[in-house]
Design a protein around this ligand. Sequence first.
Ligand code: PLP
Length: 457
Amino acid sequence: MQFPFEPFKIKVVEPLKRTSREERDKVIREAGFNLFKVPADSILVDLLTDSGTSAMSDNQWAGIMLGDESYAGSKNFYHFEDAVRRIFGFRHIIPTHQGRTAENLLFSVVLKPGNIVPNNTHFDTTRANVIHKGGHAVDVLNRAGRDPNSVEPFKGNMDVEGLERLINEHGPENIPLVMLTITNNSAGGQPVSMQNVRETRAVCRKYGIPLFFDACRYAENCFFIKEREPELARKTVLELAQELFSYGDGCTMSAKKDGLVNIGGFLAMNSQEWATKATNLLILIEGFPTYGGLAGRDLEAMARGLEEVLNEDYLRFRIGQIRYLGEELDRAGVPIIKPTGGHAVYLNAREFLPHIPPSQFPGQALAVALYREAGIRSVEIGSLMFAEKDPQTGEVRYPDLELVRLAVPRRVYTSMHMNYVAESIISVFEKRDEIRGFRIVEETEYLRHFTAVLEEV
Ligand SMILES: *Cc1c(COP(=O)(O)O)cnc(C)c1O
């Protein structure tokens, strides 16, 4: 079936509040035209992020009631450990309350100042954790991934030759590990092929460097592998995940994505030495090794979510829903990044609003217009988030792409909601000449997009 049919029925509902255009106009002005400052109950369809926003199943909620809140040795920990080991296969499993803590533990243990960490593309928190420990985070993305017009099937891949060059340039002794982010979030949620994982592993083995996965969207990635690597089409997504992780030495995981939970994560690895060090640090910053900053009930929900997410009817719906939204927009001529990835559709704001220069934040202008028009919250990924001022010349460097991301929470919105989103965006597209740019009135030194105050020019 082509139409993304929801493979679930709805037992609990959360009402949505409609607002008028006038109300939204007032709210967005009061928020300084910054969507991060808009209260969530003034939003109709919230596509800010797919992180921690999943709907849990009846099975997960039932698991919540079976939470064993013992300080040490909770039965939910053992279930969680079994679930992770069955899918990921790593020997040591360290629960954390979310992905960035797993990153913090890992890099605290393995990095020495001046070390290099290669990654197909670092996610923001991964990069920040590498830098925080004195390392250099280097992205080694393949060429297709850097080309917004390429329709290659695996635009998330590592540039394997580039990786080998980087290793030779800096010496393997200065590279404590190589990371592969699946799917490649910062490069549009594009998948990494099994072939690329094997080739990356071969280079890592050649130089004796461990390979770690940033595994947040492992199930979505493995579903793409099943669809797009013909020789693997007959394997189950679970078998593909098991094979993929067998090529690595460990992973970090934010279960707020493909764990189908609202909070949770883990660090897993085969090295006894690193695991011991990470566990000692865990006790210092998160909690005892059998709960790691979570309640027993959270561990149970995570164990069940990690298993449910491998259901192929669910994944067909999930990937199909994103693709459907992308196709509806594409058919109407709305510029999007193609092919659509696993968790979001990206609007190309530079092409959508060619009359607004990067200095006037076309991505933000589009995100604000979507909110005003339809109560849809998206996020700008463009010059508001990434423009950099050269410290010497004072000249501002703008990012290559001006995007607006529509990230779709898991199991939360129906295909009819997607129709509403598509129609609203098309109607904004038809009136695009009326949209004006913005200027910044107040900003902070770091991560200004979260708090900046803007005004319309
Ligand atoms: C979300 C995310 C993280 C960080 O996880 P948190 O749970 O938000 O701390 C790391 N890597 C990728 C690819 C992510 O998408």
